[in-house]
Each structure stands twice: as C-alpha cells, then as structure tokens.
Design a binder for this molecule. Structure first.
Ligand code: CO
Length: 434
C-alpha cells in the first residue's frame, strides 16, 4: 500500500500531538498552543464579549474542555453554524485523593478506574503520571500541569506459575485490591505518602505542605509508532479520541474566511457519560452559541432560525474489522482500516445519524475526494454511544456520528490507519466550508 507523503506527515503530527497530551488537561493545553500560534485569541467566560466577523477565538471550561471558533462572514441567521464535536478524555486509571500506601515492604498508589478501559492492557506497561496539581498560594491556590516523562509506576502481571489458567480465562483484576500501581520499596521512616508528596512537590518546585489536591492520570510512556509492512498503521494510547480532536483542529486551522461560523468543541467526561459542567451534556456548547448569537444581535426567533440551518458532526472512533474475530461483527457492515471515514448508524439513536445527515456527510466526503464507509453494530450485541445524541438533543441541530476505523478501542495501545487520519481531516475541512 502506497502511503503519500502528506498522509505520512499528518499521521506523524497526530502521534506528536498525542505524545504531548498524556491527560485531557494536557490535550487542551496542546490545542491551545496550536490555536495561539495560528492567531486565535483566548476568551474568558467571566468577561463580556464583543465578536465580529473573522474573529478567531477559543474558550476553555474546567481546563479539559475547549471550544474554538471562527466567526463567519455571512449573517448566521442565513447560513447557520458548522460544528464539529469530539472528546479529550480517554479511559484509564486515575490516582485516588490519598493514593499512597505501604504494604509489607512495598509502596504503591491506589487508583480509581476512569470510564471503561481494557484493564488487562495496563499490565506490564511503562506507566507514569500526568495531570494537574493544585498548590496553596497567598490568595488561594494555583494549578500546575504535571507530566512525568520517565516510567514511574507499574502493574506487573502475576507469573503464569501462579495464574495457570490465564490463557484460558483471560487476565482479570480485582478492581479494589489488584490494581494499585507499584511505586517503590519501603525504607526507613520515609512512608509511601511522604515519597509520593516529595515526588510531586519536587517536580513543581514547591513545599510538600502546600500541595492541596490533584487529578493524575496513569499513562503509558511509550511513544506513538508506525507499524505494518508499509508502515500503513499507527499505534498509540488515546487515539480514541485525540485522533478526532487533532483532525477537527487541523480542519479549523485550514479554514480561511468561512461564510458560516465554524466551531470545534472538544469535551471532557465523554467516557464517564458526559453529565458535567464541562461535558457534552452540560451547557458549554449551548452557552457559547448563545453568546455568539447575542454578539451578532440575533433575537430569540432568529437564533432558532440560525440553529435550524446548522449542522453538527460528532467525531469519535469506529470499530475496525478484525479478521481474527469475525463473529464480533455485523457481516454486512465491515469497516476496513485505511478505507475512509465511517458513518455510524443505530436505529435506537445510540448514534445521532439519520438517513438525511448520513447522505449529507457522504456528499461532503465526495466533495473532499475521500472514500466513506457505513457501520452498524451486531443486532445481538449492545451498541456504544458518544456525544452525538447528547449534543443533538440539547441543541436540536441535525447531527451525524462519524469516526475513523480503530482497533482495540479502550486498550492502552490502540491502532488505526495512516490514510484514514488524512481522509478524516479532509472530510472535516470540507464540512466547515459547506
Ligand atoms: Co471515544
């Protein structure tokens, strides 16, 4: 399979994007850096806004959700909005508020399970910590992003001699007792709690007594890679859903002087149901749209007219056909890696796609010159969901759920196609222009 240079470099840029984003807070920081260097201006929700055609802006809520937009040059009431949504969070292990413990000569950190990871994939990986820490200051507290780049933690497997049935029964962990991550060996009077606090405090350059709270992700330090006989695949953590964030962000950055206002909304908390102040089930996107409309002087009726002319694309990953597990798939709806964006449909509205919005997305792919595929889950298997139906229900905008094909969704090491990422970026770029 021939991989064009442009697809290769887009995929390499995706791997770099993920490697600098080991937590949803870092993902927003990475987006912010790219938006700023493209001239986007940060808005704060506490200020009054005055927006004009051509403005390039972004807003962060809760430090792990971000909405970036370009104000269109035509009246929004006549052309509506073009929205793309994705999520910044990925399933995994998060440290507890008081994680450190000494157990019979060993020191370890207790974790909670965030969302629905494939827990077995976290075993024997070179894990480390990334996230945010709040430190006491004279007038309250300050948030620091923390990213330990060296391996720091591990969840070693039990030897097969003590787990003889592991290949027959699968690798299982008791979520409370068998998931704590090993940190070190107990020694002298330096407790696990002391060592953990010293580790964090030294990294930030503050006193341990000033550490207040943290949200820390156990992430995989292995960098992204290409694989396959023609290096036509990529592997990394968090492809679900940083691949969609990266494609949408690049689509927005490629958009010049659009007729309709274009928004990209990347939400935290999708993997835990989206019901939060900064999640897709919260008011974030509706609030930003309302403020755009107010700034444009639209009355209530014209705001409804604007929404009725709008289109929302929910971009999340799709289940790629795996030849070793044919029984897991709907036989008529295989989606292949490197064969283009996938339209995801579900009669029970687990996806927001309708026949109309699906046809509209197909036309966009055609315009962008990229192939496109259709996915339906097996009828005898429960179907996943994403932010599409949630945002569609909140805003009342016609919506479609799409995504690039992905293997091993929710593994700590997922993989996908080099061509697909480039196709997706082209399709989303076309969506913002039409
Ligand atoms: Co996802």
């Amino acid at each position: 399979m021939k991989i064009p240079e442009a697809s290769r470099s887009a995929a390499q840029d995706l791997l770099n994007f993920i490697d600098t984003s080991p937590s949803p807070w870092h993902a927003v920081q990475t987006c912010e850096a790219r938006l700023q260097s493209a001239g986007f201006k940060r808005l704060d929700e506490v200020d009054r806004w005055q927006l004009a055609a051509g403005d390039h802006c972004y807003v962060v809520r809760g430090s792990a959700s971000i909405i970036a937009f370009i104000v269109g040059n035509q009246a929004a009431v006549n052309v509506g909005l073009r929205l793309i949504g994705a999520h910044t969070d990925s399933p995994g292990l998060r440290l507890k508020p008081k994680p450190a413990e000494d157990v019979q000569g060993m020191q370890r950190l207790g974790v909670e399970i965030y969302g629905g990871p494939i827990l077995a994939t976290f075993a024997d990986r070179d894990l480390s910590l990334a996230g945010r820490v709040n430190v006491r200051t004279a007038d309250g507290f300050k948030t620091h992003l923390v990213h330990f780049t060296e391996p720091l933690l591990r969840l070693p497997n039990l030897a097969i001699h003590m787990n003889r049935e592991v290949n027959e029964n699968g690798l299982k962990f008791n979520k409370q007792t068998e998931l704590p991550l090993l940190l070190g060996v107990s020694g002298g009077d330096n407790t696990a709690d002391n060592r953990f606090r010293q580790l964090i405090a030294n990294r930030i350059g503050v006193d341990t007594s000033d550490l207040l709270t943290w949200e820390l992700n156990a992430y995989d330090t292995q960098k992204g890679s290409f694989w396959g006989v023609d290096r036509e695949f990529v592997a990394n953590s968090q492809l679900d859903n940083l691949a969609s964030c990266h494609a949408a962000l690049n689509a927005l950055l490629a958009t010049k002087n659009p007729a309709a206002t274009c928004l990209c909304a990347f939400f935290d908390h999708e993997e835990v149901g989206s019901e939060s102040a900064a999640g897709a089930g919260g008011s974030f996107v509706a609030d930003i749209i309302q403020r755009l409309a107010t700034s444009a002087g639209l009355d209530n009726e014209d705001q409804r007219r604007m929404l009725a002319r709008s289109f929302f694309i929910s971009a999340d990953m799709a289940h790629a056909w795996h030849p070793n597990f044919p029984a897991a798939y709907e036989p008529g709806h295989h989606v292949l890696v490197n064969a283009g964006p996938v339209i995801k449909s579900n009669a029970n509205q687990r996806y927001s796609t309708t026949a109309d919005t699906s046809a509209r997305f197909m036309a966009l792919c055609e315009r962008a010159g990229v192939p496109c595929q259709q996915y339906a889950h097996r009828t005898d298997l429960g179907c996943g969901s994403t932010i599409g139906p949630i945002v569609a229900a909140r805003l009342g905008i016609p919506s479609v759920d799409i995504g690039s094909p992905l293997w091993a969704m929710h593994s700590i090491r997922e993989s996908a196609g080099v061509l697909d990422h480039h196709y997706m970026t082209a399709a989303l770029t076309a969506a913002l222009a039409n």
